[in-house]
Design a protein around this ligand. Structure first.
Ligand code: NAD
Length: 477
């Protein structure tokens, strides 16, 4: 299969283009060949998106935008298995997790379809201000124009839709630059929107590398907003080069979880095994640090190791598989080298950490120190450190000892403690009695500190993809 960019509804796959191969991380087979976009293609995509914004999307009634999004949801429901298989193939995500990504993606489309009809503003009490008598003030929300959406490989459909669907709901157009490793689902998604009736050019797909096409999208003066999900170094570059654009950055973390003595140990174990090792830890809110109160530390650790060793490792196409490959052999080798470095610095590897090509077995690490990479840097791999603590104050301060702050998990039955600790954690979100990893698609989601800027979750993304416009009327009584 040879695929390419789609600009104004037309595919650009010319033989003269440079290409990259999409490689199945488990079988190592070629899944597709991608014809890369040039800088000229990018310019054409942005110019066309601006034209379609001005001539079509800006004027499209809310009920039409809503209908298109609902139809897209229905088509995705019909094609769910096809999309899930593609995510298995391009990302190596186990089929059961790929299916759940599709289910969540359908929800994003449905939420967006509903919210397209609820872009309300407000009427201001103008006479609250001196000289405000006989004046009327209206605040409207208006679309901003061309949105540049840049996405990572790990949730190729869900995270792309967290940008594209709210942008369409708000009446914007989108230039979409998906991850190089997972462009097939992106290509299918743009085709799906065509089938759902979205006008040509309302989403333009540019296939290219981050360095060449991504960076040119970020600096393009006709793009009004960049919404990016990916790593911290790229996020920093985007922040520095985006100029006057609005920027949403959804970056990484070394997500913490705290298990208190009054928490439900079995519930914590079940949530955290999935939370630490789901999709081989290649999840931005993957549980990477687990702080366990001393009185239950040994019991928790024993149960956590046992449950981890029961995970089924193997072919991601198999329904029973819990853990498949990482995205590349290099990613697995890098994580393996962090585990070895921690071991040399005195850590104990309680289980896992052996590598076979792209597959790294889930590793539980103890006797760690804050300075070790496995604790302080984002691992983005199937590894987790389990650390004992004494007091609530200690747990809070060690949890906050990070450059990141995306989501945390807290396991406790004490409601007062739950609220006290949540208030003190420097995080974009806190889950009580679930792992840091859990996410729904309708709550505000995003980080503080170096985990990012702005929030997604359909309603919150729409807020960031619109401008408020004030219209004042001087009335003649
Ligand atoms: P990445 O940063 O390497 O790439 C993400 C995207 O950015 C890709 O499309 C890439 O082509 C593009 N890119 C690269 N260089 C660019 C540049 N100079 N200018 C513009 N675009 C550029 O990330 P990845 O390896 O695909 O994904 C893993 C990272 O994503 C992890 O750090 C993870 O924590 C993060 N992530 C965050 C969230 C979140 O919601 N906070 C969700 C998923 C993943």
């Amino acid at each position: 299969m040879r695929i390419g960019s789609i600009i104004n509804g037309t595919e650009r796959v010319g033989e003269d283009r440079n290409t990259i191969d999409v490689i199945n991380p488990y079988t190592n087979e070629k899944a597709a060949e991608v014809a890369l976009a040039s800088r000229e293609d990018l310019d054409a995509a942005v110019n066309n998106s601006l034209e379609v914004f001005q001539t079509t999307m800006k004027k499209m009634p809310a009920h039409e935008r809503s209908d298109i999004l609902r139809r897209a949801a229905e088509i995705l429901e019909e094609k769910a298995e096809e999309f899930a298989s593609v995510i298995v193939e391009e990302a190596g995500k186990p089929i059961k997790h790929s299916r759940s990504e599709i289910t969540r993606s359908i929800q994003i489309l449905k939420f967006s379809s509903e919210l397209a009809k609820h872009m309300t503003g407000e009427v201001l009490p103008m006479d609250a201000a001196l000289r405000g008598e006989n004046r009327m003030g209206i605040v409207k929300r208006t679309p901003i124009g061309v949105v540049g959406a840049i996405t990572p490989f790990n949730f190729p459909l869900n995270l792309s839709l967290h940008k594209i669907a709210p942008a369409i709901a708000a009446g914007n157009t989108v230039v979409f630059k998906p991850a190089e490793k997972t462009p097939i689902s992106a290509y299918m998604l743009v085709k799906l929107f065509q089938e759902a009736g979205l006008p040509n050019g309302a989403i333009n797909l540019v296939m290219g590398t981050g360095e060449e096409v991504g960076s040119a999208l970020v600096t393009h003066d006709k793009v009004k907003k960049i919404t990016f999900t990916g790593s911290l170094p790229v996020g920093k570059t985007i922040r520095e080069t985006a100029g006057f654009k609005k920027v949403t950055l959804e970056l990484g973390s070394n997500s913490p979880n705290i298990v208190f003595e009054d928490g439900d140990i079995d519930q914590a174990v079940t949530s955290l095994v999935l939370g630490a090792f789901g999709f081989s830890g290649q999840v931005c809110v993957s549980a990477q640090r687990i702080y366990v109160q001393k009185g239950i530390y040994q019991e928790f650790l024993a149960k956590f190791i046992k449950a981890t060793e029961e995970l089924v490792i193997g072919d991601p196409r198999d329904d029973k598989t819990d853990i498949g490959p990482m995205i590349t052999k290099e990613a697995a080798s890098r994580a393996k080298s962090w585990i070895e470095e921690a071991r040399e610095q005195g850590a104990t590897i309680e289980t896992g950490g052996s590598q076979d090509g792209t597959v790294l077995t889930p590793a539980i690490i103890t006797n760690v120190e804050q300075k070790m990479k496995v604790v302080s840097d984002e691992a983005f791999a199937p590894l987790v450190s389990v650390m004992p603590f004494d007091t609530e104050e200690e747990a809070v301060s060690r949890t906050n000892d990070s450059i990141y702050g995306l989501q945390a998990g807290v396991f406790t039955k004490d409601i007062d403690r739950a609220m006290r600790v949540s208030d003190q954690l420097e995080m974009g979100g806190v889950w009580i009695n679930d792992a840091s990893t859990f996410r729904q698609d309708n709550h505000p989601y995003g980080g503080v500190k170096q985990s990012g800027i702005g929030r997604e979750g359909v309603k919150y993304a729409i807020e960031d993809m619109t401008e408020s416009k004030f219209i004042g009327i001087k009335l003649n009584p």
